[in-house]
Ligand binder design. Structure first.
Ligand SMILES: [Zn+2]
Length: 308
């Protein structure tokens, strides 16, 4: 949906309410007391659903990312539009200005709530086929005095560690015979350290067991073959953007540019949320204007309710 279509579809609060009510009717309303999707009645005057079994009331926003927010649906829907409008993303200050929000904190919380559901949505998918894996070291914000005392360079306390994995499908041009790889879905997660335990946990939770995993020869990866069909260890330097770890390194390079360009430096506490947004958009890079529609569904989809 582009900005003109958005203005036509969602000119005011009422149009957003009708959309949300219709969507929730179609997917079924989850009752937190009965812990299931049950038949609900709609009370149009005060705008709530009531469970036909236990009479528990649920608001339109209940169980969605908008739950317990005082902001209007129209503000939320416009926020979804902004969050899906650019590949790079908005800075929080720009986001606050565009939405006309009085407080910076409101904009900050709004953005992070949306980033959080982006992550939940991508958690539903596993990587399969040929998968590349490596780590990125992302400069993080620390207090200036502390920073001066910290060690410099890769792996130092100035940097957060990010596990990065990418589906990587081999292609061969039938005419020229030239081989290349096409990238599919990506995953990124903040790691506390690069130990066997941390890396194995990430691979177990993000890659299907039938995959073929490519990594470099780091000793932390030596037991990964237990988790996948085949584990191929290749020689690689972190800066190389060709060969068997091409796509993870392209993604790492783009991630660093993105974080540097918009957010300058990110504190470790919120880094996972920034990764969620970056990867959500990366995984939907061909969606174009449909990204807005996907983000609305992501934000009101019932799995948010079930996760409580
Ligand atoms: Zn109920």
């Amino acid at each position: 949906m582009n900005i003109f279509e958005f203005i036509n579809h969602f000119p005011n609060e009422e149009s957003c309410e009708i959309f949300l009510k219709t969507y929730r009717d179609n997917t079924g309303i989850y009752c937190k007391t009965c812990k299931c999707i049950s038949k609900h009645y709609w009370f149009s005057g005060r705008k709530f659903f009531e469970c036909s079994k236990c009479r528990r009331r649920s608001s339109l926003k209940s169980g969605t990312v908008m739950e317990s927010s005082n902001l209007s649906l129209h503000t939320w829907f416009t926020a979804f539009l902004l969050m899906s409008a650019t590949k790079k993303g908005f800075s929080c200050l720009e986001f606050q200005r565009q939405l006309g929000l009085k407080r910076y904190e409101t904009a900050f919380n709004l953005m992070h709530k949306i980033r959080s559901v982006m992550g939940k949505r991508d958690d539903l998918y596993f990587l399969k086929g040929i998968v590349e894996y490596d780590e990125a070291y992302v400069r993080k914000a620390t207090q200036h005095e502390v920073q001066k005392r910290l060690k410099r360079g890769k792996g130092s306390q100035n940097h957060a560690i990010v596990a990065v994995a990418s589906e990587s499908t081999p292609l061969e041009d039938p005419d020229s015979g030239i081989k290349s790889r096409h990238c599919g879905f990506f995953k990124m997660r903040v790691l506390q350290d690069v130990t066997k335990e941390s890396v194995e946990q990430f691979v177990a939770e993000t890659v299907t067991p039938k995959s073929v995993l490519f990594t470099d020869k780091n000793s932390a990866y030596y037991n990964l073959e237990r988790l996948v069909e085949e584990h191929v260890k290749v020689k690689s330097s972190p800066d190389s953007t060709s060969g068997d770890l091409n796509w993870v390194h392209v993604a790492i390079s783009n991630l660093k540019k993105n974080l540097l360009g918009i957010y300058h430096m990110v504190s470790e506490k919120y880094l996972q949320n920034y990764l969620n947004e970056f990867v959500y958009k990366l995984n939907r890079r061909y969606f174009g204007e449909k990204l807005f529609n996907r983000l609305i569904v992501t934000s009101i989809y019932p799995y948010v309710q079930h996760s409580e």
